[in-house]
Design a protein around this ligand. Structure first.
Ligand code: UD1
Ligand code: MG
Length: 445
């Protein structure tokens, strides 16, 4: 194979001061996934020979999030050039290109990285991702040499007014010839406004050695770096647009796409219809032909083919609705499987339970799954009928074909085909209301 091999270094050690957060910046989420997870996802299809994530001191949470990628620690964080240097000893094999990425660019796509690697293969010692964002002010500017190459990069804070007027910016990704990369990085100094070792200085150094540095202009939307909460919100909006477009391309109808929030891993089948104002948390799949009605909220749940869910339904982790299940308004389902054709149409809580096929759960039914210390399961068989306002005190089971009367508090198992009623018996006294009314009226005078 003559395929070139590259190693990826993802920088994530920065303090992210501008986020004003106790959490490392790259763990802030976009569409339910950490920013650095998006960067690693964009890398994956390119199959890097190895990947090293550079972390700051005490960022075990980041190490955990990026596993199985190797990690290197940069302590203290002294700039992006210094961060690349910190990764050197973590690289094991021989590669011909070092691809440096920043962990705060969640909108990157694999195709974009491929274009940069292609430019590197065509002979540039350093291929730089360039972009022309609407607002270039926070970014490093690429100073062109007038002969199709880049002479150097100047950081925003160090730019002269003429340099600040340059629209072509550093998108933050570089593909560097591995034969030169670390030699160049070691020569970076910190004589600048932030007293940091800027990776961007590598370009001027490479040029001084007579090496070719080229820019590849890539979509600014994908290279947007997130440094503040406002930029995080912009990245979220851009990602949502992308996910909505993808869901519709795959054959789902979103009646008002701008009101539907998806996660990076949301899967919507063909002919799924999503009404306005639905939130898909992480880990949700919806099979073909399901109807998702307004104001529903899902999280780690599976919705089967032809199911009808909502409006105002809440599916929590472990909710599995099989084919044609109906879950209606103000119904919450957690860690429960509703088998094919089961219905829970109104005002219920089903937790740690199993509901058999075609069984009907009456309005207001609650599985009492928690005694304050432990959780217990409720098992309901096929073709059963649970009357309205039933409390099922787990652990408890209701057999196939059983009927439970409305208002029951079920504490004992109900066998197959049994009828159970568990409530105070009604006492009716004919005509008694007349006398009562007279007495009560008298009191009012
Ligand atoms: C950087 C670039 C800038 C570019 C912009 C694109 C430099 C000097 N500047 O600026 O030219 O236009 O990205 O978004 O590279 N990091 C470390 N260790 C450090 C410092 C940073 O690992 O010591 C990591 C951060 O965690 C972050 C990434 O490097 O993921 C970029 O750092 P950041 O501070 O966001 O750089 P920018 O100011 O955005
Ligand atoms: Mg940044």
């Amino acid at each position: 194979m003559t395929e070139s091999r590259f190693a990826a270094i993802v920088l994530a050690a920065g303090e992210g001061t501008r986020m004003r957060s106790a959490k490392p910046k790259v763990l802030h989420e976009v569409a339910g996934r950490a920013m650095i997870g998006h960067v690693l996802d964009a890398l994956a299809p390119l199959a890097p020979a190895e990947t090293v994530v550079v972390l700051g001191h005490g960022m075990e949470s980041v190490a955990k999030a990026v596993a199985p990628a190797a990690v290197a620690v940069q302590d203290p964080p002294r700039g992006t050039g210094d961060a690349v240097r910190a990764a050197e000893s973590a690289l094991a094999g021989t590669v011909d290109t070092i691809l440096v990425l920043y962990g705060d660019t969640p909108l990157l796509r694999p195709e974009t990285l491929e274009r940069l690697l292609a430019a590197r293969k065509e002979g540039a010692a350093v291929a730089i991702a360039g972009m022309r964002p609407a607002d270039p002010s926070p970014y490093g500017r690429l100073v062109e040499d007038g002969r199709g190459g880049i002479a150097r990069i100047v950081e925003a804070r160090d730019a002269t007014p003429e340099e600040a007027a340059i629209g072509l910016c550093n998108g933050g990704i570089m593909a560097i010839d591995a034969a030169h990369a670390f030699g160049l990085v070691r020569r970076i100094g910190n004589d600048n406004a932030k007293r940091e070792y800027y990776l961007t200085d590598i370009v001027g150094l490479a040029r001084a050695d007579g090496l070719a540095c080229r820019v590849v202009e890539l979509p600014a939307e994908e290279l947007a770096g997130v440094n503040t909460r406002a930029e995080l919100a912009q990245a979220e909006a851009a990602m949502q647009d992308r996910l909505r477009a993808r869901a519709m391309e795959m054959g789902a109808t979103l009646i008002a796409p701008e009101t539907v929030y998806l996660s990076a891993d949301t899967v919507l089948g063909r002919d799924v219809v999503v009404e306005p104002h639905v939130i898909f948390g992480a880990g949700v799949t919806v099979a073909d032909d399901a109807l998702i009605r307004s104001f529903s909220h899902f999280d780690h749940a599976e919705i089967g083919p032809g199911a009808i869910v909502g409006p105002f339904a809440r599916l929590r982790p472990g909710a599995v609705l099989e084919a044609e299940v109906h879950v209606g308004n103000f119904v919450e389902v957690k860690a429960s499987r509703l088998k094919a054709g089961a219905k829970a149409n109104h005002l219920s809580y089903l937790g740690d339970s199993e509901v058999g096929p075609r069984t009907n759960i009456g309005a207001g039914t609650i599985t009492c799954n928690y005694d304050g210390f432990n959780k217990y399961r409720t098992k309901i068989g096929a073709d059963a009928f649970i009357g309205s306002n039933t409390a099922l005190v787990a652990p408890v089971s209701v057999g196939d074909g059983a009927i439970v009367a409305a208002g029951s508090v079920v504490t004992d198992d109900v066998p197959d085909d049994a009828f159970a009623v568990a409530r105070g018996q009604q006492v009716t006294k004919p005509g008694r209301a007349v006398g009562m009314r007279e007495r009560l009226r008298g009191k009012n005078r």
